[in-house]
Write a protein that binds this ligand. Structure first.
Ligand code: SF4
Length: 273
C-alpha cells in the first residue's frame, strides 16, 4: 500500500511538474504582461512568442502533419543545386507549375551559371516573361550566376550565409536551397508556412523571421526540413489563404484559428490572415 501511495505521489508530482511549464507558466506570464504597461518587445518576450498552442498540442499537430504528408517534397523541377536556385528565384509570386513550364526549356539550353551568363538581360526576360516580375528576376538570376562564377568557381555555395551573399538571394531562397539541395536543417518561411504556422499557433509572428524563430523552438531540428514541406502541403491542400477548409481539417481540434479565434475588432467585417 505504502509503495503504491508513494508511486501515486511520484506520478502526481510528475504531472504537476509537466503542468507548470506547459500551462501555468505561460498563463502567469500573460496575466503579468496584461497587468503591466510594458514595451511591445517585453510583452512579446513575455507572451512566449505570442503562441497559444500548448507544447503537447504542437507535438501532436506535427505528428498529424507527418501522417498526412509522409511523401511531401518540393514541387519544383531541378537537376542540380544551381537549377534549384534559379527555380526558387522564379517562384516568387508565381505558381510552381508555371515555373516548371518555364524552366523546362531554360534549363535544357542554359543548365549552369556559365551558360546562363551568355544570355543578355533581354534574352533571359524572353524565357521567363510568364513568371511575372520578370525584369527583377532576370537581373537577380544573372547577378547570382556571375557571383557563383567569380566567387565560388562555378559551384553553388553550401551554406546559408554564402547563399545569402549572392545577389538577389534572400533568407527564404537560401533556406530552401540549403535544405533541399544540400540536406541542411532549415525551415524556409514562405507564404504557406507563414500563414499555416500563424493560424495553427505552431509559431506566431508578424514577420517571417519571427515565425522562423518560433518554428525552430516548436519543431525538433531533425524535422525542420520536412516540416517546411508539411506546412506547404497543408497550406495548398486544406488551409487555403482565403477559405481554409476547417470542417475537413484533422488539425482543427488543436488549431488556434478554430479553438481560440482572436476577437473581432469593432467594425471589422471579414477575417484576414
Ligand atoms: S483548422 Fe482551419 S485554420 Fe486550422 S489548420 Fe486546419 S484549415 Fe487551417
Amino acid at each position: 500500500m505504502r509503495g503504491e501511495r508513494t508511486k501515486d505521489r511520484a506520478g502526481c508530482g510528475k504531472r504537476a511538474g509537466k503542468l507548470f511549464p506547459d500551462v501555468c507558466f505561460p498563463l502567469f506570464l500573460r496575466f503579468f504582461a496584461a497587468g503591466k504597461k510594458l514595451s511591445l518587445a517585453s510583452r512579446r518576450f513575455l507572451c512566449y512568442n505570442k503562441t497559444t498552442m500548448r507544447p503537447h498540442d504542437k507535438k501532436a499537430a506535427l505528428a498529424e502533419l507527418e501522417r498526412l504528408y509522409p511523401d511531401a517534397r518540393p514541387a519544383l523541377h531541378y537537376g542540380s543545386a544551381y537549377e534549384l536556385l534559379v527555380a526558387v528565384i522564379l517562384s516568387a509570386q508565381c505558381t510552381d507549375e508555371r515555373v516548371n513550364k518555364v524552366t523546362e526549356k531554360l534549363f535544357e539550353e542554359h543548365p549552369n551559371p556559365a551558360a546562363m551568363c551568355r544570355l543578355s538581360q533581354e534574352e533571359l526576360e524572353g524565357y521567363i516573361f510568364s513568371c511575372g516580375l520578370y525584369k527583377m528576376k532576370a537581373a537577380h538570376i544573372l547577378s547570382a550566376s556571375r557571383d557563383i562564377l567569380e566567387r565560388f568557381d562555378g559551384e553553388v555555395p553550401g551554406t546559408v550565409e554564402e547563399l545569402m551573399s549572392l545577389a538577389g538571394v534572400g533568407k527564404k531562397t537560401a533556406n530552401v536551397v540549403y535544405s533541399v539541395a544540400f540536406g541542411g536543417d532549415a525551415i524556409a518561411v514562405g507564404t504557406h508556412v507563414f500563414r499555416v504556422s500563424n493560424r495553427l499557433g505552431l509559431a506566431k509572428g508578424d514577420t517571417p523571421a519571427e515565425v522562423e524563430a518560433g518554428l525552430h523552438r516548436a519543431v525538433p531540428k531533425k524535422d525542420w526540413s520536412r516540416a517546411h514541406h508539411w506546412l506547404i502541403y497543408h497550406g495548398r491542400r486544406v488551409c487555403h489563404s482565403q477559405k481554409p477548409d476547417c470542417a475537413n481539417c484533422t488539425l482543427a481540434v488543436r488549431c488556434d484559428f478554430v479553438q481560440r479565434p482572436p476577437k473581432k475588432k469593432k467594425g471589422a467585417t471579414a477575417r484576414t490572415d
